[in-house]
Design a protein around this ligand. Structure first.
Ligand SMILES: Cc1ncc(C[n+]2csc(CCOP(=O)(O)OP(=O)(O)O)c2C)c(N)n1
Ligand code: SF4
Ligand SMILES: [Mg+2]
Length: 305
């Protein structure tokens, strides 16, 4: 890399992600969320990333971040974070690093790692009270390898491994509740299309210690099959339809941070995405549409705040 590019990188605002050359798809909702999250977290951050789309952000020895980046196997990012946190603590204890030089340890993975392959390592890290922030960008499938279904895939979505006329037969795992049941310091859902809600939650997480977990729904034009320009609108529809509740857990309580009222029909969200086209063509699958709507309605009936 030339001296000029280095200079240009040095002169950019220090909290800004250096994203101009990233090889991500246009309209990537995961990247949008990470941009916004990094703007709040700032440069004193070390990322521990499990294999997935965001791994492409780092091309050794460069990353678009000011801080450091450790690449790990899909199952082990929280274990990597433990090693980093321990090393930082030793340096602090020995006086080889001042407290203001300390780094936030941030795990960054997709849903495949967070909901499935890496869940055991996450559970262990929360149990040990590891001081870390886990950011999951949830594009509801194994995006980097061609959008196979993951445990984050919603019911009836078509994926490259659920191509039948009724899509994925399973149901999206409730990762928020699984994490909250471990009683960590903080858990929140966010989406890049609601940047103020996201920024407030990252500020909250940044001000805390202990295990803190963020799940960002990540509209994915490539895996969800829609025009990249629609990403923000699809994100807003996920919230307005009630499909993606914005909420947080702290001190044993769950609070919704945005209650969509009135909720728009879930269909408004589904019909914008090719992965649900088979619910509308060649004929409407009324039973599936009714079931998906009924599940969302049942969720919100149980919400009192
Ligand atoms: C144990 C293991 N199995 C499979 C892979 C191949 N692989 C690399 S990235 C990826 C997809 C990960 O999905 P997710 O965590 O949702 O991230 P995304 O690709 O959607 O960003 C897979 C299966 C791997 N690296 N390790
Ligand atoms: S496949 Fe989806 S999540 Fe991955 S880079 Fe492309 S838009 Fe982003
Ligand atoms: Mg994924």
């Amino acid at each position: 890399m030339s001296e000029t590019i280095f200079k240009r990188m040095r002169d950019l605002p220090s909290t800004h992600l250096l994203g101009s050359g990233t090889p991500m798809c246009a309209g990537c909702g995961g990247l949008e969320a990470i941009h916004e999250i990094y703007d709040v977290l700032g440069p004193n951050t070390v990322f521990v990333n499990a294999a997935g789309c965001m791994t492409l952000l780092a091309v050794y020895p460069f990353t678009p971040f000011r801080g450091s980046w450790l690449y790990s196997a899909m199952a082990s990012a929280p274990a990597g974070a433990q090693g980093i946190r321990d090393a930082l603590d030793i340096l602090l204890k020995k006086g080889r690093m001042t407290p203001d030089e300390d780094l936030q340890t941030v795990v960054l993975t997709g849903d495949g790692a967070a909901y499935g392959i890496g869940l055991s390592a996450t559970s262990g890290a929360i149990d040990r009270g590891l001081d870390f922030l886990y950011v999951c960008y949830d594009n509801e499938g194994y995006g980097n390898t061609g959008q196979q279904y993951s445990e984050g895939t919603p019911h009836a979505a078509r994926t490259s491994t659920s191509k039948g006329s009724r899509g994925y037969p399973g149901y999206k795992k409730d990762l928020f509740t699984i994490w909250a049941s471990h009683e960590p310091a903080y858990v929140a859902t966010v989406i890049g299309a609601e940047p103020l809600d996201l920024a407030r939650k990252i500020e909250t997480a940044k001000s805390m210690t202990g295990p803190r977990l963020i799940i960002a729904l990540a509209p994915c034009p490539t895996g969800w099959d829609y025009d990249p320009r629609d990403s923000a609108e699809i994100g807003r529809l996920a919230v307005r339809s009630g499909v993606w509740p914005l909420k947080e857990y702290r001190d044993g309580k769950i609070m919704h941070t945005k209650i969509p009222h009135p909720r728009c029909p879930v269909e408004d969200y589904l019909c914008r995405q090719g992965r649900f086209r088979h619910l509308f063509e060649p004929e409407r699958k009324e039973d599936l549409l009714r079931e998906i709507q009924a599940r969302v309605d049942a969720y919100w009936e149980g919400v009192s705040d």
